[in-house]
Design a protein around this ligand. Sequence first.
Ligand code: NAD
Length: 303
Amino acid sequence: MFDWFGKRSSSKGMLQRSNGGAPGAPNGEEKSQTRPMPVDPFASLKGQAAIVTGSTSGIGHALAETLASRGCRVVLNGLGDPAAIEKARAEMEARTGVAVRYHGADMTKPAEIAEMVAYAGREFGRLDILVNNAGVQHVEAIETFPVDRWDLIIAINLSSAFHATRAAIPLMKAQKRGRIVNIASVHGLVASPFKAAYVAAKHGIVGLTKTAALELATDGITCNAICPGYVHTALVDGQIADTAKARGISPEAVVKDVMLAVQPTKQFVTFEQLEGLFLYLVSDLGAGATGAAFPIDGGWTAQ
Ligand code: NAD
């Protein structure tokens, strides 16, 4: 068995590649010639090109850094103060030594989304990875849920992924390879009260993931969804305040009795925990996984 950084161990997994052992060994296993294994299965990310939507903060920013730190050029996207965004872009570029660009497409605007994808193609001459991550939240009961909030959440959390995927497919098909990763949510698999638009959008993006996977299965393009439980980001900070108001409880009670109450580990999911699955999905190792929705939720959906 090898670990992802090339060291071999003695466990008997599917990936075991032994060398020079005697037939008829006690465990009955006939050892075979070593098959070359990549020292770093993520090395192929070097020179690739990616777009990560909503990467000016939180999960998107962390995943963009993951890609750039492995040599994959990245287009950042998202809202925020232009000077702060430029500072973060330049710092990521300096830290990783790869080209990091920014495109300010508003994820509610289909034409801007298509232009962002075209920009990545022009800048890098290819597009290997699309991460549909941008998202917003609003927490309120259905009967008073503001209609404009519903429309906004569906546009950003669901429709933007359709528009970006639609624009990216021709570029990926031309390369006969691509990776689309949709950052859905545990709320793409189960519901919670007061999150009608978010839950509907996230269930929708899981459906979009499956459909894209089927349409692209013979083109070397995979499409998968990651379904995190609670990760402590700006989005969650906003939810703590909104949920406290919706339920009439304190922010501390929201974290303890609402959020982490449903997460059996009683811990927030971390960026590093998301990164492991993300790297698997975007690398060559992930070629056989498509159309799936992977929870990383501290056991939430096991209940
Ligand atoms: P965040 O608020 O830190 O980041 C959201 C990003 O989306 C920001 O970069 C923001 O600028 C961008 N964005 C918002 N509106 C936009 C628009 N109109 N156009 C372009 N960009 C826009 O939130 P996060 O927690 O990092 O969330 C990222 C994704 O992960 C979201 O899709 C969210 O639903 C999902 N998610 C988060 C959690 C969690 O607990 N934090 C759990 C499950 C899923």
